[in-house]
Ligand binder design. Structure first.
Ligand code: FEO
Length: 171
């Protein structure tokens, strides 16, 4: 079993992960509207990963005898001023998600809920990669900003990203 407080935190995280998917689909649509299909591909895959994350929390709540309680998912921002804005928003959002994961770890440690802490460690590590990837995109874009050929080269690189389902050692 998990505590009521932990169940609440995990349900909130299901919502945040679905919101993340929604945000990245919105950014995908923005890039598609600009014919930057490689950027769009990167965000499509990012959104798929976020749905996976949501379902990992969903499944975990069920496996430990909790009750899934789905929340309203807010509309994401749908318009972006520039490529740079969309990329920066992605990093900021991942930093927000990292803080959220850490706050659940804090509750797990307070409650000596070791199984949930073990489950959460996959996400602690995943967030390092999520922030790193988002930051790499910003840094590349900063190098080429304004140069159409550079943007097309980056678009071709981002087109190479392929979806791989998460491999998780379940708690
Ligand atoms: Fe579910 Fe991008 O972290």
């Amino acid at each position: 079993m998990i505590s009521e407080k932990m169940q609440e935190k995990l349900n909130e995280q299901v919502q945040k992960e679905f919101y993340s998917a929604y945000l990245y689909l919105s950014i995908e649509a923005y890039f598609t509207s600009m014919n930057l299909n490689g950027f769009a591909n990167w965000f499509r895959i990012q959104a798929q990963e976020e749905r996976d994350h949501a379902m990992m929390f969903f499944d975990y709540i069920n496996r430990v005898g909790g009750r899934v309680n789905l929340r309203l998912v807010d509309a994401p921002k749908n318009n972006f001023e520039s490529i740079g804005e969309a990329l920066k928003l992605t990093l900021e959002h991942e930093q927000f998600v990292t803080k959220s994961i850490y706050s659940i770890v804090d509750v797990a440690l307070e409650e000596r809920d070791h199984k949930t802490n073990a489950f959460l460690q996959w996400f602690v590590n995943e967030q390092v990669e999520e922030e790193e990837n988002a930051d790499n995109n910003i840094k590349k874009y900063e190098l080429i900003k304004g140069d159409g050929r550079g943007i097309l080269m980056m678009d071709a690189e981002l087109a190479q990203r392929v979806y791989t389902p998460p491999t998780v050692a379940q708690a």
